[in-house]
Write a protein that binds this ligand. Structure first.
Ligand code: PLP
Length: 360
């Protein structure tokens, strides 16, 4: 099966074998060792010397944890939304009573740092900005470094959904001055779904002391206390931890720069094959993502039918469009563990099916 959705992504065979390890005592030294390996790996990839917390949840749980640990009901927040995951992030903040203003960008385009600066200038009281680093629904990567840069003169926290970017494209959290950053195991981390990663800057920890949004399972102060004892507050998804431990071995062997380079090549390859075969990309080319490519279905094509044929006849599974993009685009995931050949095969399978379908 050539699974080419932008998460869950295929896991290397050794990672899958690691999942099959026997259960261990999550309150004993066995797990403390696994947790240490995971934590060291996470710090390395996040580019930080302070702790990254691993929660047993999908990425959305990580987003929720980020919101409830640093904000209070009524806090003014600026949501920068460029697609469906940006909307989700804003909705979580609204659900917990934040006072959310939205800077919405046309889907397919990236946020403009100048516009973010103008919004912060006109409302300097924002407690936080919420921004999606890589918008998986549209295949767009925001200029996060520049957005964080314009936020620097203000007191606001920069809260970043880096679920489909971190570990695949550069996102050095300390160097870029970010405050809360979230990722998820099933995207670029070569691991199964089940773990979310959350990092807080010193400034975010200060905000945590006075933040009053309700929280229990996702209370990061508890996670911090537990981590000091080599534990997590609640029973962790041990099998996914085993996978992650192994995945970090592979990532260290390859090296971060090589991993980023492999993703850059995959992005370029996917876009060039699509264009060469007369397909149109959905994302603004200057901000096209190197982890997922969104491609427009040609006019009058039944995308659902082509996707089913790709799956049933050729074992190629591609992603569809989300929300208002349903039936309008398809998405090719190229993140985590992959060979360039697999990406090429997936795009060419769709291209061939499209050619056959128009021939009649
Ligand atoms: C996958 C993803 C999420 C989280 O989705 P889950 O299904 O909860 O893991 C959040 N944001 C982005 C940008 C994503 O790609």
């Amino acid at each position: 099966m050539n699974l080419r959705i932008p998460g869950p992504t295929p896991c290397p065979p050794d990672v899958l074998a690691a999942v099959a390890q026997p259960m261990i005592n999550h309150r004993g030294p066995e797990f403390a060792n696994v947790l240490t390996t995971a934590s060291e790996g996470l710090k390395w990839v996040f580019g930080t010397s302070s702790e990254v917390f691993t929660l047993t949840a999908s990425g959305t749980g990580g987003l929720e944890a980020a919101i409830v640990n640093v904000l209070s009901p009524g806090d003014p927040v600026l949501s920068i939304s460029i697609g469906s995951f940006g909307e989700r992030f804003a909705n979580i903040a609204k659900s917990y009573g934040a006072n959310v203003d939205t800077y919405s960008v046309e889907w397919g385009k990236a946020a403009d740092p100048t516009e973010v600066a103008a919004r912060l200038e006109s409302n300097p009281n924002y407690k936080a900005i919420l921004v999606t680093h890589n918008e998986t629904s549209t295949g767009v990567t925001n200029p996060l470094k520049e957005i964080a840069e314009v936020a620097k003169p203000y007191d606001c926290l920069v809260i970043v959904d880096a679920v489909s970017s971190l570990s695949s494209i550069p996102c050095p959290v300390e160097e870029w001055g970010l405050d809360v950053v979230i990722s998820g195991s099933q995207k670029g981390w070569m691991s199964p779904p089940g773990l979310a990663f959350v990092w807080l800057s010193e400034k975010a920890w200060l905000a945590n002391e006075s933040a009053t949004m309700p929280r229990f399972y996702f209370d990061l102060a508890r996670a911090k206390n537990s981590l000091e004892k080599g534990q997590t507050p609640w029973t962790p998804a041990l099998s996914v931890f085993f996978a992650l431990e192994h995945a970090f071995g592979l990532m260290r062997e390859e090296g971060l720069e090589s991993i980023y380079e492999r993703h850059r090549k995959a992005g370029e390859l996917t876009r060039s094959i699509a264009i060469k075969n007369g397909l149109e990309l959905f994302a603004d080319n200057d901000y096209a993502s190197n982890t997922v490519t969104a491609i427009k279905w040609p006019e009058n094509v039944d995308g659902k039918k082509i996707s089913s044929l790709a799956r049933d006849k050729f074992n190629v599974v591609i992603g569809g469009g989300q929300a208002k993009l349903q039936g309008k685009i398809f998405r090719i995931g190229h993140l985590g563990h992959f060979e360039l050949k697999e990406i090429e095969d997936a795009v060419l399978t769709v291209v061939n099916l499209l050619e056959n379908s128009t021939e009649g």
